[in-house]
Design a binder for this molecule. Structure first.
Ligand code: CMP
Length: 513
């Protein structure tokens, strides 16, 4: 046998080509799916080829008749190549296949499986090479005991990490709170657990600390979705009945879709305390579905509480001291009121509908408006509602008018902005609300109640005519939205419609001709 044949015969077996092809295939797959891991991939594939080269050297030694050296070198590099193959499979299974089926085991699990595979591979090869496993195990037990003694802390952390994993106390993605630190678990490693806080910090908790001390897993409950109860506090004077406060706040919040607020359990408002400072303390409790934006969602809820109370004319309680100061200055409230009325008159002047009103009429109207702010998402009017006898004028922000169709779909009819009014159809004809109106942004409105409108129409019947024009146009748009007709569809004559609407208004308000 030639020197060359002897050399290749020793290191190139029939399994060599399939193994080589498998490694190349794994490398291509991993490079495709885990580009970010290419450095680690290159190291592993590089290591595999180094081991192949090592096996060539062992072949060379074999050809040179250095049988013992050749056997040892061969075994070492076969073990090395096997380690590289195991690592590639580990990468494929844990970082490509499992994530693809929505399983994201923490890194420590991957490490454990891969290490067990390494040890098994090592044992198999040693057994194959004819070594006695029993003595190896005995020796390794002694070494393990020595190492364990020397590395008690480290082992504590490692075992802590294992225990955390095995009993599922925490998982990657959980939000935990330890002392005053709370954040999201991003990795559970051998020695430590990494937690990212909302302040853009990463806190490293030694696993043994997590095992020894109590910590909270926020928002987690068995068989329930992840959501965390939050408390938003506010105070209202004792002169307002708690049932009213609770229903005003709950009605507003329950009707609105607020980002990250769970629908179930529904938010609720409770009277928590009554103290001798003259006010009652309330809490609005809601369940937060994404635990990251806690303060911003609290702020949104606060804003909804504030606007709901303002619309109902309920004031948040002030500190006693400020009440005294305010009372001392008798003119203060009057000045504030006059300033507000002037502002209202200025705003009303910009509304076309009231362009014919005299200054005195505008002032009268301004005095009787009700300031009604809405937070983004609030339902301001609900289609079919029969009990709301008022209209709104928008002074800031945008509102969206839409209709719910019989097939369950929702269709936008119009978007209204500053100076526009809505709610006139129900108010002027006594019909239920023809559409729903939702606050597209935060919206500030003035609400005008039916008795005020009635007086206004009696004083200025021309306003009824003006409104009937707008009403006809809006009706036509509504018909298009509801029946899917185009504008040229089989409508009645417009002037006929206007006449009918005007007559309805006149009848409803007993206006003469
Ligand atoms: P009302 O029916 O009382 O309540 C819903 C309100 O939506 C309605 O009064 C109008 O003010 C408003 N609305 C209905 N259709 C339109 C439209 N086409 N354009 C603008 N606003 C509309």
């Amino acid at each position: 046998m030639s020197f060359w044949d002897k050399m290749t015969g020793s290191f190139w077996g029939e399994e060599s080509l399939p193994v080589l092809l498998m490694v190349l295939a794994l490398a291509v797959l991993l490079l495709h799916f885990r580009r970010e891991e290419r450095a680690s991939l290159a190291n592993t594939v590089g290591f595999f080829f180094v081991c192949q080269f090592g096996q060539m050297i062992s072949g060379l030694l074999h050809a040179l008749d250095l049988a013992r050296a050749a056997a040892v070198t061969h075994e070492v590099f076969v073990i090395g190549a096997g380690v590289a193959v195991i690592r590639l499979w580990g990468l494929l299974v844990f970082r490509v296949v499992l994530p693809a089926v929505k399983l994201n085991p923490p890194r420590i699990t991957e490490d454990i499986f891969v290490i067990i595979a390494y040890i098994a591979w090592f044992m198999v090869r040693l057994r194959y090479a004819g070594l006695d496993l029993g003595s190896i195990l005995a020796t390794s037990a002694v070494i393990t005991a020595v190492i364990a003694f020397a590395m008690q802390d480290t082992l504590g952390n490692i075992l802590g990490g294992l225990a955390l994993q095995l009993d599922n106390s925490i998982e990657v993605g959980d939000w935990i709170k330890v002392d005053d630190i709370s954040g999201k678990v991003v990795d559970i490693r051998w020695r430590s657990t990494l937690v990212e806080t909302r302040n853009w910090e990463t806190v490293v908790f030694p696993n043994s600390q997590l095992m020894k001390n109590k910590f909270l897993v926020l928002g987690r409950r068995s068989d329930q979705p992840v959501q965390w109860r939050r408390w938003v506090w506010f105070n209202v004077g004792l002169h307002t009945a708690p049932t009213r406060v609770v229903s005003v706040v709950e009605d507003s919040i329950l009707q609105t879709d607020i980002a990250n607020v769970a629908k179930y359990p529904a938010p609720n408002c409770v009277l928590m305390d009554m103290d001798n400072k003259g006010y009652a303390r309330y809490a609005l409790r809601y369940w937060l579905t994404d635990l990251a934006p806690d303060d911003t969602t609290d702020a949104a809820i606060r804003w909804h509480i504030m606007t709901a109370l303002q619309r109902s004319g309920i004031k948040l309680a002030m500190e006693e001291r400020s009440i005294h100061i305010t009372k001392e200055n008798e003119k203060y409230e009057e000045v504030v009121h006059q300033r507000e009325v002037l502002l209202r008159i200025k705003t009303l002047r910009r509304v076309e509908l009231f362009s014919q009103l005299t200054d005195a009429e505008l002032r009268e109207l301004a005095e009787r408006l009700r300031y009604s702010p809405f937070a983004k998402g609030n339902v301001i009017a609900r289609q079919g509602d029969e009990k709301s006898h008022w209209l709104y004028i928008i002074i800031n922000g945008e509102a969206q008018v839409f209709v719910d169709l019989p097939n369950g779909k929702r269709r936008t009819v119009s978007t209204l902005g500053r100076g526009n009014f809505f709610g006139e159809m129900g108010l002027l004809t006594g019909a239920p609300r023809s559409a729903s109106v939702i606050a597209k942004t935060d919206v500030e409105c003035y609400r005008i109640d039916k008795d005020v409108v009635e007086e206004l129409l009696h004083a200025r019947p021309a306003i009824a005519e003006e409104i009937s024009h707008i009403l006809v146009k809006r009706r036509a748009e509504l018909d298009i939205a509801l029946q899917n007709l185009d504008a040229t569809g089989p409508h009645k004559d417009l002037s006929q419609q206007r006449y009918e609407i005007l007559e309805t208004i006149k009848r409803f308000f007993s206006l003469g001709n």
